[in-house]
Design a protein around this ligand. Structure first.
Ligand SMILES: [Zn+2]
Length: 68
């Protein structure tokens, strides 16, 4: 098939683009610099705003990169 591979590459390309955009702005790619993540799914509703695990809540790109 190869369709899944193509989709995975497309996702990866989009993700890399997102990361480089956030890097330019100095923002954490996981939370867009907000410092917390929001889950839109009802089963996670009570975690509604928790510190972003990528940047430890700082929202900085540098902190996000360190936790990689
Ligand atoms: Zn973050």
């Amino acid at each position: 098939m190869g369709l899944l591979n193509t989709f995975d590459r497309w996702k990866e390309t989009r993700y890399q683009h997102h990361v480089s955009m956030m890097k330019e702005q100095g923002k954490c790619p996981d939370c867009h610099g907000r410092g917390y993540t929001v889950y839109p799914f009802t089963e996670f509703a009570y975690f509604n705003s928790m510190d972003c695990p990528g940047c430890q809540g700082s929202g900085d790109y540098a902190d996000w990169e360190e936790t990689r």
